[in-house]
Design a protein around this ligand. Structure first.
Ligand SMILES: C[S@@+](CC[C@H](N)C(=O)[O-])C[C@H]1O[C@@H](n2cnc3c(N)ncnc32)[C@H](O)[C@@H]1O
Length: 227
């Protein structure tokens, strides 16, 4: 396996951080000896997943707090976490290994590569927690939530599957709601006018969530169902 400083692979164009803060010996060991045990390779994706019924994908898992919690509390589901950031790969690999979990696979790279490789109607849930908001107008085309990517998410989600998005960025929130309101393949699950202001289920705060709340921002939790 190729270990460049701060980055393992980059298959398609990605923007944002990719470097680890530390390239110490322990991190090198985790990448060399631990990560490969949990790595999802695109060429193995169908073989690995064909036997599994419940497959959930987390895009941009950061340090892995949420996906780890999901895998621990739902041992009968299988999870794929996709993240290009090497610090996140190291952190999650270590946590999975400590708990000897067998229901998480990690893809080091662009989640869209995974989505493009999956068969139609494969996933029960896609989680996207605090996607980079790319606030400058000229960077909006980098946003993960776009019509282009939603077409792909829709294709791989099963009927009744969920797309869960959290954001602390107000303008991105409106952007997401506007795009989603123009789609007939998803419906927003929102029973009261305030329920999207609290988490729909308990999980440990992610790093970005904690940062947002400490800074006084109020995250929203948007849950959509595939029709
Ligand atoms: C703002 S951070 C949020 C991280 C984490 N979800 C949290 O709440 O702490 C956004 C993350 O998405 C990752 N990311 C961005 N584009 C991605 C893509 N196309 N595929 C997978 N991960 C992506 C980034 O590397 C980054 O770690």
């Amino acid at each position: 396996m190729l270990i460049k400083k701060g980055q393992l692979v980059q298959n398609t164009k990605l923007h944002g951080r990719k470097k680890t803060r530390s390239s110490g010996k322990e991190n090198q060991r985790i990448i060399r000896d631990i990560f490969p045990n949990y790595e999802l390779k695109l060429e193995d994706i169908q073989v690995d997943l064909i036997k599994n019924n419940m497959i959930e994908l987390e895009i941009g898992f950061g340090f892995g707090e949420h996906i780890l919690h999901q895998a621990l509390t739902n041992p009968n589901s299988n999870f794929i976490g996709a993240e290009p950031f090497l610090g996140g790969i190291i952190s999650l690999s270590k946590k999975i290994d400590e708990r000897k979990l067998s229901n998480i696979k990690i893809y080091n790279g662009n989640a869209i590569d995974v989505v493009d490789t999956l068969d139609k109607n494969t996933l029960t849930t896609i989680y996207i927690l605090f996607p980079d908001p790319w606030p400058k107008k000229r960077h909006h085309k980098r946003r993960l939530i776009s019509k282009y990517n939603l077409d792909k998410f829709s294709n791989v989600l099963k009927k009744g599957g969920q797309l869960f998005i959290a954001t602390d960025h107000e303008e991105y929130q409106y952007w997401i709601l506007e795009i989603m309101s123009n789609r007939s393949d998803f419906r927003w699950i929102c029973s009261g006018c305030n329920d999207f202001k609290s988490k729909p289920y308990e999980y440990p705060e992610t790093k970005y969530e904690k940062k947002a709340i400490l800074a006084g921002r109020r995250p929203v939790y948007l849950n959509f169902e595939k029709n």
